[in-house]
Structure formats: C-alpha cells, structure tokens
Ligand binder design. Structure first.
Ligand code: ZN
Length: 202
C-alpha cells in the first residue's frame, strides 16, 4: 500500500507528490522549491527511487535540475514534451506513449493522455492516478496552449473515465484548495468528463 503526500509549492497552486512505501519514495512533478523537497525527503531518511513528470510545462519542472542532481536520479518524461521542459537530456529517461515501469518496489503504469500538451501522461500506481494537468476535480486542463489538442483531450478524459470507479485521482494543481477526487466522482460531477462521455455516444 502506497502513502501519498501533497506538497503545495510555488505561486500557481502546483502539487508535488511524494509517494512512499516504507523508506522508498517516488517524486511526481517536483518543482519550485527543491530545497524544501530535499529537506522533506532527507529528514525522514527516504530513498528516492525515481522522479516522474506528468508533462513538460515549466510550472511542473521548474528548478527540478538541482533536485535530480542531488538525488542522482533521472526523470521520466514523455518524449513529445522534452523540448517544452527544457531540461538537459542527461537528466531524463524519455519514452513514447503507454509504458509499464518497475521503479524500486513501485509498479508504475504510464497512460498517454494528450490534450493539454502532446506529451501529457497520467501515472497509475496501485489504485491511484496522478493526472497532472489533464484532469482536475471538476475540470480539465487548458487546451488552447501550444501543442494542445481539444479532440485528444476528449479521448483522454474518456480513457480516465474507463478506469475502475474507485480509482483515486490526484491532480497537478490544487485549484480552489482541492487536488483529489475519484473516477466515480468525476463521472458524476465533472462537466468536461461528462461532455466527453456524451460525445462518445453520439
Ligand atoms: Zn500544464
């Protein structure tokens, strides 16, 4: 069973996730305050097994170089967002599309969910889906940015909706003070997901 901690960092309500099992840890979208993140990890004697980015936007990767160098780990990033992230190649594990990784003791599934950016992914660990800027509680990410694609977003929202209903969701920002939900709640209450599911029927 994994444990999830939300670190709210930076001026844009970004959520960095510290995922742990025993003393093993993964970091998802560690940005803005590497010193705080390093201190949080080291004060609890955790071993960082890996770092994953949900996409390449600056507010999800900002200042992460220092952290990657400190922990001597590379960050997993979908290849279509590499240019966007602007991180040096030697700090990245790049990949294309859906993946299944074993990182330390963590079984990690990557679901390609383009729409907000071309390289957006959701990260599934056990029953927890880290959705980045693809899905927020009650909303979805912007699709009017460079490399956004509204049609892809609809397909990505349907893909998330097809997961087991008790799948827990943790999003890339805590807009309105809230970053977590479930697939069941989103299918009931998220107008963007409901719209995507309606369009599939037509
Ligand atoms: Zn974004």
């Amino acid at each position: 069973m994994i444990n999830i901690e939300v670190l709210n960092l930076g001026p844009m309500d970004n959520c960095t996730y510290l995922v742990t099992r025993g003393k093993e840890a993964l970091l998802i979208d560690p940005a803005w305050d590497p010193n705080f993140i390093i201190h949080t990890v080291e004060s609890r004697h955790l071993n960082v097994q890996g770092v994953l980015f949900t996409h390449g936007h600056f507010d999800h990767v900002k200042l992460s170089q220092a952290l990657l160098k400190h922990f001597h780990v590379k960050a997993f990033l979908e290849e279509k967002d590499v240019a966007l992230a602007g991180l040096p190649a030697e700090l990245l594990h790049t990949y294309a599309g859906d993946q299944h990784f074993q990182i330390g003791s963590f079984d990690v599934q990557i679901l390609a969910t383009p729409g907000h950016t071309a390289g957006c992914v959701c990260i599934l660990i056990e029953d927890v889906l880290f959705t980045g800027d693809t899905l927020f509680p009650g909303a979805c990410g912007r699709v009017d940015l460079p490399s956004s694609n509204p049609r892809d977003m609809l397909a990505s929202l349907r893909r998330i909706a097809a997961l087991p209903e008790d799948t827990r969701i943790f999003a890339g920002h805590s807009y309105g003070g809230r970053c977590s939900s479930t697939v069941a709640d989103e299918k009931l209450h998220n107008p963007y997901m409901r719209n995507a599911l309606r369009q599939e029927k037509n």
